[in-house]
Design a protein around this ligand. Sequence first.
Ligand SMILES: [Zn+2]
Length: 248
Amino acid sequence: MTAAVAAPIWRVRIHELGVIPQLPKTLYFPDAADGELMDIPCYCYVLTDGVSVVLVDSGANPVLARQGGCTVVGGSDEELAAALSADGFTPDDVRYVVHTHLHYDHLANDGLLRKAHVVVQQEELDWALSGRSGPFYVAVPDWMGVLGRRLLRVTGETELLPGLRLVPNGGHTPGHQSVIVNVAADHRACICGDIVSMLANVSAPGAVTSDLIATQAFLARASSAGWIMLPSHDPDFRAHDWFVPRGR
Ligand SMILES: [Zn+2]
């Protein structure tokens, strides 16, 4: 009889790469007062199981934002390189970049990651190229051209690596996905993307929700599974150190 092999435990670190200044707070907090503004940090999550390095999103930068008529402060390839270096990695160590979706504030620093395969749901790519996807998809054909054969399209729920699963969930964009990762033998974290931009959106989805039914279905699944929710833009998640599951 062979013993079951335990799935690897992944460590997760959050890095801030770019800030979108002065957005209406009501985008994220339905109860906020009209006219209230807030700065929104953009996060890149760096995951490792001690063998592979995986990024979830690569943050924002001012150059790509400007092409789309948007403003971003900070965020750059250099900042991403410094963030990886602080974790003990080089850009060439990154095996995969998983994109929750293809808005400009989630993929702007992919050019640095020359050896990584870049993983996106086919449905998100189709939507991005549909001509109907709106202004937050900036220069996607150029981005695809840079990646070439390193672009990996997946369809549906996918175990990318042991202990690391991609779960499409719509909600924010049609092909949006989250990443579920083992962070302890009995704990899973959900790197949400913009289906949960702020932690408060777990109980009160914000205005950036395009499909409320899909969002609520995913949040119900997350709740019953007990996933630890890691949002994409919550200022309270700045400067977290290596992520430690609750109760440890
Ligand atoms: Zn976003």
